[in-house]
Design a protein around this ligand. Structure first.
Ligand code: ZN
Length: 331
């Protein structure tokens, strides 16, 4: 059985996972996901656009995990799982974070919380009004970590081009993104065909799990446990079984583990391109925090140290899809 829009759905999960998009907390982000679906032409089973309300349902659907929910009970289905349990769990975790209150912003200055001074204190911003009446935003050290050598202030309009120039270095156009994703998909099916070896001990464990499931049904039929207990224990065992199945598959497809991070990486490069178009400074800050390990403001220069593998992308003046060797980055 083939799930329609399978590749796109898979990418959707990767997309959410990478950006830790908390869809419950912010309406803007649900809109962003819905827009993403529209852009890649991901449709519902009835051929409609994915509505904002549908996004949630989509991301929680155990069907993509190779399971079926019937009358409140989870069953194994015969179709092949579309996404890994690892990825599914991560997305569920992101969605569960809805209860956490969002930090209230104390200020309205862009890019705060991103940069540090060489003295390790945070960078803050303040507004100054010149005698002419013109307003300027200045970025400077908070000097909260003792004496500081940094004497310079940086004007907001000098900071923004530096941020944009970095985003430019790690951006990938939507067209190239779709091309790379299609290539990765091909690579995946090729590697899957090649690898068909079995991990015997995992399979034994799998068989034990099967026996447990059978035994559970026996005790249920003998009425020694309640229907409620049966359902909850069964759910646990079925989920365990899926986990084991996945481990077996992982073993059989050794060398494929780089694919999911590769997809996330490509999608994030595309996000940088989209941020440059939208000029959403709040999202830019979040993005740079996500991909950077250090961001220092020294002598009016932004020194940004990207995490792996963004350092590789940034080293190139422009991230060109054709020559990036994704498999090499994760091995
Ligand atoms: Zn300082």
């Amino acid at each position: 059985m083939v799930i329609s829009g399978g590749i796109k759905l898979k990418n959707l999960f990767n997309f959410v996972s990478f950006f830790s998009i908390n869809i419950n907390a912010s309406c803007f982000r649900i809109i962003e996901i819905a827009e993403w679906c529209k852009r890649v032409n991901l449709k519902s089973n009835l051929g409609n656009d994915i509505s904002i309300g549908k996004v949630h349902e989509l991301l929680q659907n155990v069907f993509y995990l190779g399971l079926m929910k019937y009358k409140g009970e989870i069953h194994e289905a015969t179709h092949e799982p579309l996404i890994s349990k690892k990825l599914f769990d991560r997305v569920q975790e992101i969605m569960r974070e809805k209860g956490k209150p969002q930090k209230v912003k104390k200020h309205n200055f862009d890019f705060l919380g991103l940069m540090k001074c060489p003295c390790s204190a945070a960078i803050t911003a303040e507004k100054k009004i010149k005698p002419s009446g013109k307003e300027y935003i200045y970025y400077r050290c908070t000097k909260k970590k003792g004496p500081c050598q940094e004497k310079h202030f940086l004007r907001g309009e000098e900071l923004y081009p530096q941020i944009k120039s970095f985003l430019q270095k790690v951006s990938l156009s939507s067209y190239d993104t779709e091309m790379v994703l299609a290539k990765l998909e091909k690579e995946e099916s090729r590697a899957k065909e090649q690898a068909k070896t079995t991990a015997q001990d995992l399979k034994t464990e799998f068989a034990v799990n099967e026996q447990k499931l059978e035994k559970l049904l026996d005790v249920y039929l003998a009425e020694t446990i309640t229907a409620e207990e049966y359902t909850s224990r069964k759910e646990k065992l079925v989920k365990q079984k899926v986990g084991l199945k996945e481990q077996i598959e992982d073993f059989e497809q050794k060398g494929l583990s780089w694919l999911e991070p590769a997809r996330e990486f490509v999608l994030s490069l595309n996000q940088a391109a989209k941020l440059l178009e939208s000029e959403n400074k709040t999202e830019m800050t979040t993005f740079l925090k996500n991909i950077g390990s250090n961001c220092i403001l020294q002598n009016r220069q932004l020194i940004f140290s990207p995490r792996k593998p963004y350092d590789l992308a940034a080293e190139r003046s422009e991230a060109a899809s054709k020559s990036l060797r994704f498999s090499k980055m994760w091995t």
